[in-house]
Design a protein around this ligand. Structure first.
Ligand code: PLP
Length: 392
């Protein structure tokens, strides 16, 4: 199909055709079959759309068609959350005795799967510094079955060399699973670099309106069939209304991502110059140590940046309270700007020690929404400036 904006509006059109211009919501848990043969077929059709909603629903199939087309993969499926996508995929792809490699800088839930859940299930894990592709190679053992990637990473915006890791994994028969939540398929398509399966917290940019929890997986049909088999057992089914809302959100993804990219870059540039700021992490900045790699594999850098203040944790906390437009919230990727202190947010999923290893204590994550660029920049600069005159 043609351009990305056309894809988001039309890629689902023939999946479950109907005269209604906006697809109907199939708010049903089950579908009936005309005869025994059709019933038996429905029970085994991977990612089907007419048997039982846990097995697949027309609303799932429609949104999946758009995700697959955007990511440039053979197939896609949706789940009840990003974490449901990750845990279902991991449970499908590894067994006790296997070894999994992940990144040191990665979303807290993914870190907890690697550090806590998998070891409890008898799966060994190794976390590497993803800025060094050779670190992945050094971590490989004869039992390595899966490599979990995330680029840019949450919240440090470290970049992983997708092609280098995908190549070394393929040579060794290891599956790669990349979290593309921060970049979105508008800015980066991991499958083009050889990554096997791409996953998303669709709660974020794909939906874009902070009103749905959802996950998505995209990749070759053969691997997705195996993940779908496991999804029947994990039962992390996306509700039909949420699938419909996700598709509606995705219709405007290219428009929104263009604004998120512009706002993220403008905020990063403005804060990088500010005397209250010790460091800004954003791959779109020329000063980012991996800017060249980011430019090679991304066409835009997204709306998320992270900032360290010279005043440490106290200044970071004060900054969050001083922002007018960005509200203190755990999410990102919606039209509204949100900001958070990741070290506090992840305490439900990781131990204090695991958090200390993963994020600097004073780091603030800013998720630029789609508001006017000048308003967001003025707001953030005013908040940072107020830190300089604050009484200790
Ligand atoms: N991946 C990234 C990069 C995230 O930021 C998040 C949530 O914040 C997740 C995955 C998990 O997704 P969900 O909250 O939809 O389960």
């Amino acid at each position: 199909m043609s351009g990305r904006s056309t894809v988001t509006v039309h890629a689902d059109r023939l999946v479950h055709p109907d005269a209604a211009v906006a697809p109907p919501i199939y708010q049903t848990a089950a579908f009936s079959a005309g005869d025994g043969e059709a019933f038996a077929r429905g029970a085994t059709e991977p990612r089907g759309k007419g048997f039982y909603t846990r097995f697949g629903n027309p609303n799932h199939a429609q949104v999946s068609a758009v995700v697959a087309e955007l990511e440039g993969t053979e197939a896609a499926m949706v789940t009840a959350s990003g974490m449901a996508a990750l845990t279902t995929a991991v449970l499908a792809l590894v067994s006790a005795g296997d070894h999994v490699i992940g990144q040191k800088s990665t979303y807290g839930g993914t870190a907890s799967v690697l550090l806590n859940l998998l070891p409890r299930l008898g799966v060994a894990t190794t976390l590497v510094d993803q800025r060094d592709p050779l670190a992945f190679e050094r971590a490989v053992t004869p039992k390595t079955r899966l490599i979990l990637l995330e680029t840019p990473s949450n919240p440090l915006l470290h970049v992983t060399d997708l092609r280098a890791v995908a190549d070394l994994a393929r040579d060794r028969g290891i599956t790669t699973l990349a979290d593309n939540t921060f970049a979105t398929p508008l800015n980066q398509r991991p499958a083009e670099f050889g990554v096997d399966v791409v996953w998303h917290s669709a709660t974020k940019y794909l939906n874009g309106h902070t009103d749905v929890s959802a996950g998505a997986l995209a990749g070759p049909a053969e691997i997705l069939d195996r993940i779908w088999d496991t999804s029947l057992l994990t039962g992390a089914t996306l509700g039909p209304v949420d699938a419909w809302l996700l598709l509606r959100g995705m219709r405007t993804l290219p428009l929104r991502v263009a604004r998120h990219n512009a706002n993220g870059l403008a905020l990063a540039q403005a804060l990088a110059e500010h005397p209250a700021v010790a460091a800004v992490h954003y791959p779109g900045l020329e000063s980012h140590p991996q800017h060249k790699l980011a430019t090679d594999q991304m066409t835009g850098f997204g709306g998320v940046l992270s900032v360290e203040f010279t005043g440490g944790f106290e200044a970071a906390d004060a900054f969050l309270g001083l922002l007018h437009y960005s509200r203190r919230s755990a999410s990102l990727g919606g039209v509204e700007s949100l900001a958070v202190h990741p070290a506090s947010m992840w305490r439900g999923m990781l131990s204090d020690e695991q958090i200390t290893d993963a994020v600097p204590p004073g780091l603030v994550r800013l998720a630029a929404g789609t508001e006017d660029t000048a308003d967001l920049v003025d707001d953030a600069v005013a908040a940072a400036t107020a830190l300089l005159t604050r009484r200790p």
